[in-house]
Design a binder for this molecule. Structure first.
Ligand code: NCD
Length: 304
């Protein structure tokens, strides 16, 4: 039995297979509409989410399966003091596969150790968000036709943004990726990513504070929101929240085929005037998120 805790749980060739399957689903969704008949997905969300939870639910319904779960800790037995280990043992009796989101880093791993069904990490604190990474990779592969040889700018909250941490982890395995990190001083990538992921693998990178200073070099721009819920100090959040606002003027500096990605939700960091730019693919990304989660559920349930 397999779980998905980090994007590195799959080799790059396993990821290729998963993305091939997602692309097949995109082309012919009807072919898969009964593949999960009689199967149940549990979504255990101890932290707010709209996109990720609904994306999982949509994926399971499109496969012909059913869904149960809870969408915040207050409405689950966690509020009575039940441990994640106990909850997953119970969920294992109710469902065939489980997606779990938790504010504590490592909670999905604890759950997977006690689970008799496949567990998917749907985001743990500021740590990892592997299914968002699968979504990002599938979007890039589908829209650029490759996952190697490009310059990617990651912009915004690189300190607390788990989608950024997961994506860096996943991308270092592909050749010819140049990283450009764009953040205010206070929100730079954490030391553990710098040392254990980048330096250890001899991956070079550049850092900028101003987006305008590197825009023209980028093939991809991955924008992120400032992660308010992970700040200790509201004043600091207010000071930093509008540090970056991607608008038409900044887009005019970019390559004609540069793509803008964003895991969403967007707050102010991308002006709505950019939404109509053909290079803005963050809403297409949402659709790819459903296809890749469908492919993941089929793979972990060994139905393919
Ligand atoms: C991201 C997350 O939860 O980390 N959202 C998502 O799952 N698409 C990004 C965010 O909340 O900023």
């Amino acid at each position: 039995m397999r779980h998905l805790m980090s994007p590195l749980d799959f080799t790059t060739s396993e990821l290729d297979k998963l993305f091939d399957l997602a692309s097949e689903i995109e082309k012919n969704p009807k072919k898969f509409s009964n593949t999960c008949n009689g199967k149940i997905l549990a979504t255990c969300f101890y932290e707010p989410s709209t996109r990720t939870r609904l994306s999982f639910e949509s994926a399971m319904y499109h496969l012909g399966g059913n869904v149960l779960g809870f969408s915040d800790a207050a409405s689950s037995s966690a509020s009575k003091g039940e441990s994640v280990s106990d909850t997953i043992r119970m969920i294992s009796c109710y469902a065939d596969i489980c997606a779990i989101r938790h504010p504590k880093e490592g909670a999905p791993v604890v759950a997977s150790n006690k689970s008799s069904i496949p567990v998917i990490n749907a985001g743990d604190g500021g740590h990892q968000h592997p299914t968002q990474t699968l979504t990002d990779l599938l979007t890039i592969r589908s829209m650029k036709g490759r996952l190697e040889n490009f310059t990617i700018g990651l912009c915004g909250d690189l300190k607390f943004g788990r989608t950024v941490h997961s994506l860096i982890n996943a991308l270092i395995r592909y050749p010819g990726i140049q990283f450009i990190f764009i953040s205010p001083e206070e929100l730079k990538i954490p030391d553990y990513i710098r040392e254990d992921v980048l330096d250890k693998n001899k991956i070079s990178y550049k850092e900028f504070v101003r987006l305008e200073d590197c825009m023209e070099d980028l093939d991809l721009l991955y924008m992120t929101r400032v992660q308010r819920e992970r700040f200790f100090n509201e004043e600091e959040y207010i000071r930093l929240k509008d540090f970056y606002i991607l608008d038409k003027n900044k887009m005019a500096l970019a390559k004609e085929d540069m793509l803008v990605l964003h895991p969403l939700p967007r707050v102010n960091e991308i002006s709505v005037e950019v939404d109509d730019d053909p290079r803005a693919v963050y809403f297409k990304q949402v659709q790819y998120g459903v296809y890749v989660r469908m492919a993941l559920i089929l793979t972990l349930l060994e139905l393919i």
